[in-house]
Every structure is written in structure tokens, then in C-alpha cells.
Design a protein around this ligand. Structure first.
Ligand code: ADP
Ligand code: MG
Length: 1020
């Protein structure tokens, strides 16, 4: 971060950093230290101290402006966008003394009010506070402690636009009251979320602070200046796009974070509008965008905070957040001051109510009235009709709302405030917080740190705390998803013992509780069932606990380590491993939960987590991913889902379970059922990876390769080969002599080869309509074989010729690259054999501890190595054959006391593709004229061979090392050359002779046998 610019560099290297400029860019990653009170301020000894932006600075530069706007009567909206854990809540709400914008805004607002009043201002100041949460398109009032799960309706008001009908707007008289209300809201949110097991990172929280200044103007009228400030802590952005990527049919219906996707769409549309396009803004597509409509495109000054995680594993998400913010910054809002005489406001409300009443009485719908704040171009016809239908209801509530507003305006604010203060008792919360400091207790751990510690249960002396789902009388701690009687904690003279009831799952520090491990220690992490994480805290336990401040991540990681054997330590991880670890931590508890819901609802499905390498998916690159396999326990059909698809569906499963627990109708039709997937869908059975190194020497490779499934298990054998051929597909034979010693020799030539996919043997019997598909090198379309029914041994006899240009990239690809054949099919329809209850079926298997540890069954590296070895072996055989011919040549030359052999003849022998041909060339040695131009030596000169690269065009003197190098010799070799050419043209006697050179024949010459050790391609 430099000034207002944020730069981001791809950790996988390569590109230039991408730069984004905003109004402000704040760095808070390092350069700070605890100032002794827990507050993070700049650390002057750190290089980034100047850069470090503490909470106060962010408030001064952003929040203070919002406060000034409020005094002037403008509406403001501040929303925080970013992935979970990136610091949205840190910036908006803050932690402890590191207060975020919301509390500082409220604090300063009251400070200024008090100051003004002290200075003798006659104005009246009224502050009201409300807090709502949007989860799965449901609006919950967080200040409603009655715990009724009834969602608030979002309605449209003729003047004010969209609003949450019936939301509690609590009058507040001081900052402390706001703090208490926020605490109350967060507590309600935690209780609701643990009850429903909502995934907190999918919820949006909106705090709304309404500030009204009443004064009397010169004309003696009472004036009201109103400012509404919305502070929006959005759901984790990681879900915004990933849901789209799962391609799951359930996505739309289930409205999984429809709000976040809609917000993105609205921002994009508004950005388009800002650049002059007349784009429709789809506010109506989600609850969040309805409620924020004013903030986004209407009467509000709006600030967006994009929270970024600097960790390299979050690069993709961080970049997408920056792009999102970049789009949002183009939006222009037009805010106006909201100041009117109170009497006029009341009159207006009255008039409007008269109109509404008249309309309701006549049954006539006045669209224009609704459109006043809407902008008709924002609506399609369909929406318009729908709107008409809804209008009557809207009128009724608008009427009520107007009446309520009038009453609020007319009623003395101080009276309302006093009532609100009297009806809430915050002393309980304060007392409990005090008690926690000295008393042993349990407190909840939540994936959202804001919600950790919000549920507490004190354990007194001689207490016996029964934990269960509340169905048994006498349950002390009721938690969702547990057994009726789950476990109990006993406290006797400072000793705390945990006992689990039969068939209930309780983990202590990641391990099942046994008689040896049942004594609880301070800071023990407990997991009841599959989702309820708690910490046992004993402030009186003076023994040193290894864990000082247990976190949710820590508790999850230790379960992953202990149940799956995964290394969850944070150190020395590559970026990909760290991403995998994060996925595991996210998915694993979900799998456990899905299995337990499946049992409870008897859905006859079992879930297992699998870790899938890119090879196993049939991809040549990419990351190892966490996937989830769903198995039908009756039909044994299997579906493999991406972890995102699974997590999205798990949310719907949780909702079903909530309804089931509440005794409501929980069943869903098949097309909405998260436990249902299409059995006739095409499924990837497995894949095969074929390395192409042999082709880089123009050698064939004909293999019988393991077909491996996503879990890395072997599920069949494929006969697959690549064969160098001519462009028409005629395979080269040995005598075509296309072998190259060095792949670089292919430069500039066309490389043609044939893929032969002969058959597969031994596929699992549950598939039919099996076909294969593959892409080679830069191909962008799959080539697909025919599909074969009802056999585990499909024969394809598929052949295809591929031509590649011999350039640097292709040659490099052949040397090191591969292609993957994916095998797909359809699961056979089976008559479901109804097994026992899901619970009985699952409890026998590994479903609950659903971690696949068999990923090492198939080792892709080993296959690569084997194929490399195969290619090298063939190459070496070729080389050995050449060497044998050379040795034979020397032998014959010496035998015939030859002093020289012509270069041409040496070349012919060297390049002879077959032994036969080499023999024929060697037979020409005695016939060559043995001239001795330089007259050096005589008789039986020792011979040697010069590396081909050093060979001249002319004849060479053959000599052993130590002898003087000869100059050029002029042996006429034309005759031998023509004769060897003739040889080449002659047809082989047996055209079907195997191309593959036989090691036996290559080594049949004496020299190879006797000097095998030196045959390792010395010269080549
Ligand atoms: N700027 C910061 N300085 C110190 N800690 C931070 C900062 N931003 C976030 N954190 C810590 O990171 C964790 C996740 O932050 P949080 O604001 O809860 O994320 P989000 O709301 O985006 O999911 C919290 O424990 C918080 O204390
Ligand atoms: Mg948060």
C-alpha cells in the first residue's frame, strides 16, 4: 500500500503487480504493537510504523465524516466487504479496546450531543438503534430476545422505499446503552445461530442508527433534521462467486447468499449507469439490495470498506475483492439533507394515510404511488404485475408504519427512552461477565470470533450438568443436534469429570472421551455432537495449560489431525497445502454434520470427504482439492461434489434439520432436496495419464495403464499407446528410421503420431454407457470415443492422428508433458435394496469419521517415472544397437587391416535402422579402397570413433586415443553410399517385423557382450 494505492502481486510469480487506487488505502498488517492496554498502535521500532493505520486513524478519516454528515442531516451507509477473516468486523465493530467505526461513531455522537447540551443548546436530540441480520434471505431482528424465529417482512413504503416491517427501533440515551444493545444483539445472534446452526459467515448484519435533531426555526415551527446511518457488515465474500461455480441446480431455489450475489449485480449495474449506460438495477432480487437501495443509488453518502487478507493463499479472493471495490467506486450517489418541519411531516403522513385508506377501500391500486421512490424503469412487466398483487398488503403495513411514525413524532422522546431503558436489564450480562473471571465455566467457540464466548454456562461446586438436545427433562445445557442425553459434566471439589452417554459423540481436545481422558483441564476444547464447540475454562486451575487462548480454528485443526491423520500444523506449508488445509477445516465438520442429519432424517445417504489431486480429477495442473462423496446406502450410487457444492447443500440440510427439530414439515420435493442428486448424471469413473516422452525420440509407447478414480484407487486397466506415424496415419516401422537421439532434432519437422485407445478391462460393474474423452496439448475441445453399454470390458479400438509442429514448445511438451484420458459413464439403475435405518448403516461404516486416508493407493509420480524409464530404456536399446554396429565395424576394419573407413560408410552404419542393414554396410568395409594420403603409421592401426558432432564430411582416420589426430582423408565412398541407399529402399522380408528393437539382437555381437559396462552411450 502506497498512499491511496493498493498493489497486489501474484504469489505464483510472473506478472507485474496490479494496482488499484481508492480514496484511502490502509495498512494494518504489521508495524503495530500492543500499547499495554490491548490497543494496537504504531510500533515506532518497526519499518511499517508510519504506514500502520490503527482504528483511531480509520475512524478519524472515515467515521468522523459520517458523523459530520449526520449532524448536517445526510443519510450515510458504510459497508464492509471481504472474505471471512479479512477484518470486516474488525473495522466495523472492532474487538475489545480496539473499537471499530460503529462504536466510535456512537461514542462521538453522544460526546458531541452532551457537549452541545452543556453549551446550552436548546435542540432536542433523539437517537434510536436497531440491529438486524439477513441469513438466507430471512431478516431477523437481533434486538428481539423473544427468540421467535419469525422473520421480518421486507416491505415497500410509498415514500421511504423498502423497510423491514416491525423492526425494533430502540431509543438510546448514551453510548453505554448502544454498547449494551450491540452486545445483546450479538448474543441473540449467537444463540440463534447455534440453535439453527447457521454458518455465521453467511449472514449480513446491519446496524442502523437514526439521529433526529429537533429545533425551532425563526418562524416558530418545530424542525426535524434526520439522518439514518446504516452500518453493514456483509457476509464473507468467498461465497459470492463460489456458489455460481458449483453449478448446482439447488443454488437459486435455496437462495444461498442470493443477497451477496445480488449486491454484486447491483453494484455492477450502478457502475454501468455511472458510465452513461441505461442499465436496469436489480434491487428487487434480494432482501439486502432492497434494504440498501437508498444507500446504493439514492439518498445517501455511501462508503465501502474492502477488507483484504494479505496471506498469499488468499490471493484470488483478495484480487476479486479489489475488483469489486473498483467497480463500486464508480457509483455516484446523490444525497440530500433531510430537514423538514415536524408538523409538515406529520401532515404528510396523515394525508398519505388518508390516500392509503381510500385506496384500500376502493380496491384500486395506484402504481404511481409506489413508483415514486422506485423508478419505473427498474421494473419488468412481470415484476409490475407481481407488485400490483402485493400492493394491498403493502398499503396495510404502510398505514401502520405511518401511524407508528406519527405516534413516535408526537410522543415525547424522553418518555419512550425511559420506557426502553426500564424494560431491559443489562445488569445480568455485566454480572455474568464478572462471574466468569472467578468461576469455572463452559463457553462457546464460534467460527466467527465476534460470536465466541457469547454463550456461557457456569459450573458451580457439586453441579452435575446434563447436556442434550432438550428432549429430556432436567437438561441443563440444550444444544442443537445432540442426542437426547448426550453427556454430563460433574464438579466435585475442584475436579471436573466429563462422561458421555452411549451413542453420543463427544470429543475432548480432538479425541473421543475415554475413562482415562474424562478429567477436564483448563482450556480443554470440547466438541459435542458434530457442530457444538465449547471450551472448558477453569480460572482456578493454576497448572500451566499448553493452550492459552483456544480458537475455533485450533479446535477444528486438532480434530482434523487426530481423525484424518492430516498434518494441520501451520508451519512450512506450501501455498497449495495451506489452501488445502483451509478447505479441510471448512469441509470436515460439514461432512460430520451432514452424516448426522442424514441419520436423523433417515435420508439413506452417507458422506465422505475425499482429497483429490489434479491428476485424479483428470487435469494436468491445478490444486489438490477437497471433495465430498455422497453414497446412496441402498443403491450404492455415488456422487462426487466439489466442497462448495457440498457446503451450500449442507446449509439447506441444516435448515431441514431445524424444521425437523422444531416439529415442522421438513420434507422437500426431490428437486429441492439437498440429499438428492441425479442418478442418471454422467459420472467420472476415473482417468489415465499418458506421458509422451517416448514421442520426443520418435519412439512408440504402448502401455497397459491403471485407471484411477478420484480417490486414487485403481478401477481398471486401459490399453493405450502413442505411435509415431506419417501425416496420413501410417505407423513408422523400424526401417523408416525416425528415431532421434536428441529431441531437438525434431525442430522444424512435423511431428505426427497416432493415439490408440484399444480397450479398458475390469471397470466397476456399476457403470454403463462408458466412454472416454481426452484433450492433447493445446486442443481446446475434448475428443470423445463411442459409448459402450453394459460391459466392464469396453473395446474402443479408437485411433486418431495428431500433428504437431516441431517447435521449441512442442518439443518441450513431448519431453515432459502428458495427456489425460477421462473415463465417464452412467451409474446403472439398481433396484434399491432397503438396508436398515440410515443410522444403523452409517454407524457400521466410516461415514462419521469421514476422512479418506487411502489417497496413496495410486502414485501418479511412480507412473510418470515408469513411463520415463520405459522411454529411456527404448532409447538406450537404440543406442546400444548403434554402439554394437560401431564395434562390429571396428572389428571388421581391424580384421581386414583397414587403416581408414570412409565417413559416409561410418554414417550409414551408424544410422542403419536394423541389424540387417548394418551388417550389409559393414560387409562393404573390406571392399573400400584403403588409401593412405598422409602416410601415417601402417599395418594394423588401432582404431577409434570420433563423436558424430566432430566428424568431418570427409573420411577419418580411425585411431585409439593417444595417437595423433589425422587430417582429412579422401576415401571415395560414393559406391558404399549408393549401395546403402539401395539397401534402404529394399523392402524388408517380413514387413510385420516388430519395430521395437530387440535387446537380444542388439547385443548379439561379441563386443557388446564383452564390454557391456561401457555401452552406456559413451559417445552419443
Ligand atoms: N487490522 C487488524 N489488526 C489485528 N487483528 C485483526 C485485524 N483485522 C482482523 N483482525 C483479527 O482477525 C480475525 C478475523 O477478523 P474479523 O474482523 O472477525 O473478520 P471478518 O469479520 O471479515 O470475518 C479476528 O480475530 C480479528 O481480531
Ligand atoms: Mg465478521
Amino acid at each position: 500500500m502506497q498512499g491511496a494505492t493498493t498493489s497486489i502481486t501474484d504469489p505464483s510469480g510472473g506478472n507485474e503487480p496490479k494496482k488499484f487506487t481508492f480514496d484511502f488505502s490502509y495498512w494494518s498488517h504489521d508495524g503495530c504493537k500492543d500499547d499495554g492496554t490491548g490497543y494496537f498502535g504504531p510500533d515506532s521500532s518497526h519499518a511499517n510504523a508510519k504506514k500502520f493505520a490503527d482504528q483511531k486513524r480509520v475512524y478519524n478519516e472515515l467515521g468522523a465524516g459520517v458523523l459530520n454528515n449526520a449532524w448536517e442531516g445526510y443519510n450515510s451507509t458504510l459497508f464492509a466487504y471481504g472474505q471471512t477473516g479479512s477484518g470486516k468486523s474488525w473495522s466495523m465493530v472492532g474487538y475489545g479496546v480496539n473499537k471499530g467505526i460503529v462504536p466510535m461513531y456512537c461514542d462521538h455522537l453522544f460526546q458531541q450531543i452532551n457537549q452541545k447540551t452543556a453549551e446550552g443548546s436548546t435542540h432536542q436530540y433523539e437517537v434510536t438503534f436497531s440491529m438486524i441480520e439477513i441469513y438466507n434471505e430471512n431478516v431477523q431482528d437481533l434486538l428481539d430476545s423473544s427468540n421467535s424465529k419469525t422473520a421480518l417482512k421486507v416491505r415497500q413504503h410509498p415514500k421511504m422505499g423498502f423497510y423491514a416491517d416491525g423492526v425494533k427501533e430502540v431509543p438510546v440515551g448514551s453510548y453505554v446503552e448502544i454498547e449494551q444493545r450491540t452486545e445483546e444483539g450479538t448474543r441473540n445472534r449467537t444463540v440463534a445461530s447455534t440453535k439453527m446452526n447457521a454458518t455465521s459467515s453467511r449472514a449480513h448484519t446491519i446496524v442502523c442508527i437514526k439521529f433526529v435533531q429537533k429545533s425551532t426555526n425563526d418562524a416558530g415551527e418545530e424542525m426535524a433534521k434526520t439522518s439514518v446511518v446504516n452500518l453493514v457488515d456483509l457476509a464473507g465474500s468467498e461465497r459470492a462467486e463460489s456458489t455460481g461455480a458449483t453449478g448446482d441446480r439447488l443454488k437459486e431455489g435455496a437462495a444461498i447468499n442470493q443477497s451477496l450475489s445480488s449486491l454484486g449485480n447491483c453494484i455492477a449495474a450502478l457502475a454501468d449507469r455511472a458510465s452513461g449506460k441505461n442499465t436496469r438495477v436489480p434491487y428487487r432480487n434480494s432482501v439486502l439490495t432492497k434494504l440498501l437501495k437508498n444507500a446504493l443509488g439514492g439518498n445517501s453518502k455511501t462508503i465501502m470498506i474492502a477488507a483484504l487478507s494479505p496471506a498469499d493463499i488468499n490471493y484470488d479472493e483478495t484480487l476479486s475483492t479489489l475488483r469489486y471495490a473498483d467497480r463500486a467506486k464508480q457509483i455516484k450517489c446523490s444525497a440530500k439533507v433531510n430537514e423538514d418541519p415536524t408538523a409538515a411531516l406529520i401532515r404528510e403522513l396523515q394525508e398519505e394515510n388518508e390516500k392509503l385508506k381510500a385506496m384500500l377501500a376502493s380496491g384500486k391500486v395506484d402504481m404511481s404511488m409506489m413508483e415514486a421512490g422506485e423508478g419505473s424503469e427498474d421494473m419488468t412487466d412481470e415484476e409490475r404485475n407481481q407488485l400490483k398483487e402485493d400492493l394491498e398488503n403493502e398499503y396495510k403495513s404502510a398505514l401502520e408504519k405511518n401511524q407508528q411514525d406519527m405516534a413516535n413524532m408526537e410522543q415525547e422522546f424522553q418518555k419512550r427512552l425511559a420506557e426502553a431503558q426500564a424494560s431491559s436489564d443489562f445488569s445480568d450480562i455485566a454480572a455474568l461477565n464478572e462471574k466468569k473471571k472467578t468461576h469455572p465455566h463452559l463457553y462457546n467457540l464460534n467460527m466467527d470470533p465476534q460470536m465466541t464466548g457469547k454463550i456461557t454456562h457456569i459450573i458451580d461446586q457439586d453441579d452435575e450438568i446434563i447436556i442434550g438436545n432438550g428432549k429430556c427433562e432436567g437438561t441443563d445445557l440444550t444444544l442443537r443436534g445432540l442426542a437426547d442425553l448426550h453427556c454430563k459434566i460433574m464438579h466435585k471439589d475442584g475436579v471436573f469429570t466429563l462422561e458421555t452417554f452411549p451413542n453420543a459423540r463427544t470429543l475432548r481436545n480432538g479425541k473421543s472421551v475415554t475413562s482415562e481422558t474424562k478429567t477436564l483441564k483448563n482450556n480443554d476444547r470440547l466438541l459435542f455432537g458434530t457442530t457444538q464447540f465449547y471450551v472448558f475454562c477453569n480460572p482456578n486451575d493454576k497448572s500451566e495449560s499448553k493452550v492459552t487462548d483456544p480458537t475455533f480454528e485450533m479446535a477444528q485443526a486438532e480434530i482434523a489431525t487426530k481423525s484424518g491423520g492430516f498434518d494441520m500444523s501451520g508451519s512450512n506449508k506450501s501455498r497449495d497445502d495451506a489452501i488445502l488445509q483451509q478447505n479441510l477445516i471448512e469441509t470436515m465438520p460439514g461432512v460430520e454434520e451432514a452424516n448426522s442429519i442424514s441419520q436423523a432424517l433417515d435420508k439413506r445417504k452417507r458422506f465422505d470427504m475425499i482429497i483429490v489431486s489434479p491428476e485424479a480429477r483428470g487435469e494436468l495442473s491445478g490444486r489438490t482439492e477437497v471433495m465430498v462423496k455422497m453414497t446412496d446406502t441402498d443403491t450404492k450410487h455415488e456422487w462426487i461434489w466439489t466442497s462448495n457444492k457440498f457446503l451450500d447443500r449442507k446449509c439447506i440440510m441444516s435448515e431441514m434439520f431445524d424444521k425437523y427439530e422444531d416439529g415442522k414439515d421438513w420434507q422437500l420435493p426431490q428437486d429441492k432436496d439437498p440429499f438428492y442428486d441425479d442418478p442418471a448424471a454422467h459420472t467420472q469413473i476415473g482417468c489415465v495419464k499418458m506421458w509422451l516422452q517416448s514421442l520426443s525420440y520418435m519412439l512408440e509407447s504402448n502401455e497397459l495403464l491403471d485407471v484411477t478414480d478420484l480417490k486414487g484407487g485403481v478401477v481398471g486397466k486401459m490399453s493405450l499407446g502413442v505411435f509415431p506415424c506419417d501425416p496420413k496415419g501410417k505407423e513408422y516401422t523400424e526401417k523408416d528410421d525416425k528415431f532421434v537421439e536428441n529431441p531437438d532434432e525434431l525442430m522444424g519437422k512435423n511431428i505426427d503420431f497416432k493415439i490408440k485407445l484399444v480397450n479398458i478391462r475390469g471397470l466397476p460393474n456399476r457403470f454403463t454407457d462408458v466412454y472416454c474423452k481426452y484433450k492433447v496439448y493445446l486442443e481446446d475441445k475434448f475428443t470423445q470415443t463411442k459409448s459402450i453399454k453394459d460391459t466392464i470390458n469396453p473395446d474402443y479400438n479408437h485411433e486418431r492422428v495428431i500433428s504437431l509442429p516441431g517447435n521449441k514448445e512442442t518439443i518441450e511438451f513431448l519431453k515432459t508433458g502428458a495427456f489425460v484420458v477421462q473415463i465417464w459413464g452412467v451409474q446403472k439403475a439398481v433396484k434399491a435394496k432397503a438396508g436398515g435405518k440410515t443410522k444403523a448403516v452409517l454407524s457400521g461404516g466410516a461415514g462419521i469419521h469421514a476422512v479418506n486416508t487411502n489417497q496413496t493407493k495410486f502414485d501418479p509420480e511412480k507412473v510418470k517415472f515408469m513411463m520415463e524409464v520405459g522411454a529411456l530404456k527404448k532409447r538406450q536399446e537404440k543406442m546400444e544397437q548403434k554402439l554394437a554396429h560401431m564395434r562390429k565395424m571396428i572389428e571388421v576394419a581391424e580384421e581386414h587391416k583397414k587403416r581408414k573407413v570412409s565417413t559416409k560408410l561410418i554414417k550409414d552404419i551408424y544410422h542403419a535402422p536394423t541389424n540387417d542393414q548394418a551388417e550389409k554396410c559393414i560387409a562393404l568395409i573390406p571392399l573400400e579402397k584403403d588409401t593412405d594420403d598422409e602416410g601415417e603409421g601402417g599395418g594394423s592401426k588401432p582404431v577409434g570413433v570420433i563423436p558424430p558432432s566432430k566428424q568431418g564430411e570427409k573420411g577419418l582416420t580411425l585411431k585409439k586415443s593417444g595417437s595423433k589426430k589425422s587430417g582429412s582423408s579422401s576415401s571415395s565412398s560414393d559406391s558404399s553410399s549408393s549401395s546403402s541407399d539401395d539397401e534402404k529402399k529394399k523392402k524388408e522380408k517380413s514387413p510385420k517385423q516388430k519395430r521395437k528393437s530387440s535387446p537380444k539382437s542388439a547385443r548379439s555381437t561379441k563386443s557388446t557382450k564383452s564390454e557391456k559396462k561401457s555401452s552406456a552411450c559413451v559417445l552419443l
